[in-house]
Design a protein around this ligand. Structure first.
Ligand SMILES: *[C@@H]1O[C@H](CO)[C@@H](O)[C@H](O)[C@H]1NC(C)=O
Ligand SMILES: CC(=O)N[C@H]1CO[C@H](CO)[C@@H](O)[C@@H]1O
Length: 297
């Protein structure tokens, strides 16, 4: 690795391997938990972490180098614990590109997970439904994604490649584990919830504004089923360093695709659906964590 000849990109000076090592060592010093599974909780899904026992939690601002969310009232806790005998770590709250963070900082926790020994990453997010069959409250198992900011050079792996994490040109054709997707669909059907669990393509936009109608139509033409402002950078960095990925997106609103028929999003309904589904999501994620060990990679 030639550290002297670094291209002056946004990402290149964000974090060195020593920064990752320091944060990892700090955490290893503070906790005896050695997680194999990490979960990133999207907006309003922080209660996924309530399922853990032997809970030990750290505020982001107390962890060296850890990115701290600028959104008021946004949770920011790293929660270690166990579900059955599976050791896991939950991120309650994340930072976004639209907050002004470089993608290197946004994805910093993922590399910490790698150095902590995590093998499986579960990402969750709230998103807008593009697919016309989707209803508010549906849960989409992420089958694939479109990295729209990445097309424009906003990519977490831009800059010098650190071979200690992964190769220069990582393969992304199998980013979302087929085994875990199948397992999630099996669990959903065992729980009798197949009618609101879908499988589809997630598209990331940078935000912070919501899509115009023309943009939403473009996304539909491109094959996107849901659109959100997160998740893809973390998934890309996880795949790069060999972490198995599973993703879920909660459809909190329908994206308007029609000028004459403005979708009337009832915010109270959205919140209510979110709350109702959060319980199902918690059960689904907990069961997935318990059973994912038995799946071959
Ligand atoms: C971790 O603990 C070791 C041994 O007590 C100490 O030398 C080291 O400085 C600690 N590292 C961090 C990052 O806290
Ligand atoms: C936590 C998180 O990433 N939430 C985002 C998920 O996507 C929705 C819809 O685009 C955003 O509004 C959230 O900020």
């Amino acid at each position: 690795l030639n550290t002297k000849k670094q291209a002056p990109t946004v990402n290149s000076n964000c974090c060195s391997f020593e920064d990752y090592k320091l944060t990892t060592e700090w955490l290893l010093n503070q906790t005896s938990h050695r997680p194999k599974v990490a979960v990133i909780c999207g907006s309003g899904l922080g209660l996924l972490a309530n399922a853990v026992n032997n809970r030990q939690s750290f505020r982001y601002e107390d962890i060296p180098n850890f990115p701290v969310s600028t959104i008021p009232g946004h949770e920011g806790c790293l929660v270690f614990g166990t579900i059955k005998d599976q050791c896991c770590v939950f991120m309650q709250g994340r930072v976004h590109l639209y907050e002004g963070y470089s993608l290197c900082k946004v994805t910093f926790p993922v590399r910490i997970f790698k150095l902590l020994g995590v093998e499986t990453l579960v990402v969750t997010n709230a998103s807008g439904g593009i697919c016309q069959d989707y209803k508010v409250g549906d849960i989409m198992v992420i089958k694939d994604h479109i990295n729209l900011p990445g097309f424009a050079g906003q990519h977490p792996l831009c800059g010098p490649n650190d071979e200690r994490f992964g190769v220069r040109f990582p393969c992304m054709s199998d980013a979302y584990s087929k085994d875990l997707r199948r397992l999630a669909l099996d669990i959903s059907s065992e729980m009798g919830c197949s009618d609101f669990v879908r499988e589809g393509v997630y598209c990331m936009v940078s935000g912070p504004n919501f899509e115009t109608i023309a943009e939403a139509r473009m996304l539909q033409v491109l094959g996107c089923d849901a659109v959100g402002m997160s998740t893809v950078p973390e998934v890309t960095v996880a795949k790069h360093c060999g972490i198995r990925v599973f993703g879920l997106s909660l459809i909190t609103n329908k994206v308007s695709l029609d000028y004459s028929r403005e979708e009337m999003v009832n915010h109270e309904d959205v919140l209510l659906t979110g709350k109702m589904r959060a319980e199902f999501l918690q059960k689904l994620v907990a069961t997935l964590i318990i059973r994912c060990n038995h799946q071959e990679q």
